[in-house]
Write a protein that binds this ligand. Structure first.
Ligand SMILES: Cc1cc2nc3c(=O)[nH]c(=O)nc-3n(C[C@H](O)[C@H](O)[C@H](O)COP(=O)(O)O)c2cc1C
Length: 308
């Protein structure tokens, strides 16, 4: 089939627009026996922090209607162990590896990037800004345009070698303002968006279903909400967008691309079927062929074409 699935997220060339989302695909290597990693557009690895983190108390996951709640607490092996143990295996695969970075202060983010700058085999950084800033009384970085400007600006300076993607929090009053701020501070792409704070309670015990009490909602239930955020972001800025929220089918991918996404990430769907991303690549190829669109670019922003 003469369909070209290649997309460019700024300077990063991806074989296709389907990536595995951070926190839902481990460090990639754990899935190598199930999925042909070389078929994916890219893998965004689990969030990396300055020091290893044990994460939140169990239970950490809970099913909800059309979705899932998680409170993993950003458990990870720490950036140094990632570079020493995971990256040497990962870089053997012919797919884009994106390091998801988080911290609880601006200095934390900068330090994680500083360690990654010395390593080979990464295509870009993705900054998770849905984290509390302990120096600002726990206020989330991603919810305040001043803090967004500060953390993205500092990360931009630290990330001399590679493109910087910024993953926005969906819990903002004006996504356009946050997107413009991240773009001005040096973001090369925006990932829209993270999970939504939520809660589930066992009606018979009155206890939360999560050890952490509250968690992040993901899966099909969030898709229409995040889809609007992608569209609002696309209308506001020129920076490429990676859409993420509730993607399970090829139709979901087409909707995100029509709303303005250059590429998409698949998260919760990998929990029920770890091969879903690989299947979506094949399905997208067929879908474009049937639609007589021979590149992904041809359908991007089509919603706008309709409204003139
Ligand atoms: C169990 C779990 C862990 C996650 N960990 C991270 C993480 O470490 N960093 C991050 O930026 N996003 C993390 N996310 C958010 C996902 O990458 C994604 O943005 C979100 O789940 C929405 O997409 P989905 O509906 O396809 O799952 C996590 C999500 C889940 C379900």
């Amino acid at each position: 089939m003469a369909v070209d699935l290649t997309v460019h997220v700024g300077a990063v060339r991806l074989r296709n627009p389907i990536l595995a989302a951070s926190g839902t695909f481990g460090y990639g290597v754990e899935f190598a026996h199930l999925v042909d990693l070389n078929r994916l557009g890219g893998i965004v690895v689990k969030g990396l922090s300055r020091e290893p983190m044990e994460g939140a108390p169990a239970p950490r996951l809970c099913e909800t209607p059309s979705g899932m709640l998680n409170a993993v607490g950003l458990q990870n092996i720490g950036v140094r162990a990632f570079v020493a143990e995971k990256l040497p295996v990962l870089r053997k695969y012919d797919t884009a590896i994106i390091a998801n970075v988080f911290g609880y202060s601006v200095e934390d983010y900068v330090e994680v990037i500083r360690v990654l700058e010395d390593a080979e085999g990464l295509a870009a950084y993705e900054l998770n800004i849905s984290c509390p800033n302990v120096k600002k009384g726990g206020m989330q970085f991603g919810g305040d345009s001043g803090l967004v400007g500060e953390v993205v600006g500092a990360a931009r300076k630290a990330a001399a070698k590679r493109p910087l993607w910024v993953k926005l929090s969906p819990m903002v009053a004006d996504i356009g303002l946050i997107a413009r701020t991240a773009q001005s501070a040096g973001a090369d792409a925006l990932t829209v968006a993270n999970t939504y704070p939520a809660m589930a309670v066992d009606p018979w015990t009155g206890k939360s279903c999560l050890g952490n009490q509250t968690g992040g909602l993901s899966g099909p239930s969030i898709k229409p909400i995040t889809l609007r955020l992608v569209w609002e972001t696309f209308k506001t800025i020129k920076t490429p967008i990676l859409g993420v929220g509730g993607i399970e089918t090829v139709e979901d991918v087409l909707q995100y691309v029509a709303a303005g996404a250059t590429a998409v990430q698949v998260g919760t769907a990998s929990f029920t079927d770890p091969t879903v991303s690989q299947r979506l690549v094949k399905g997208l190829e067929r879908a474009l062929f049937i639609a007589k669109a021979f590149t992904v670019n041809e359908i991007r922003g089509r919603i706008f074409a309709d409204f003139g």
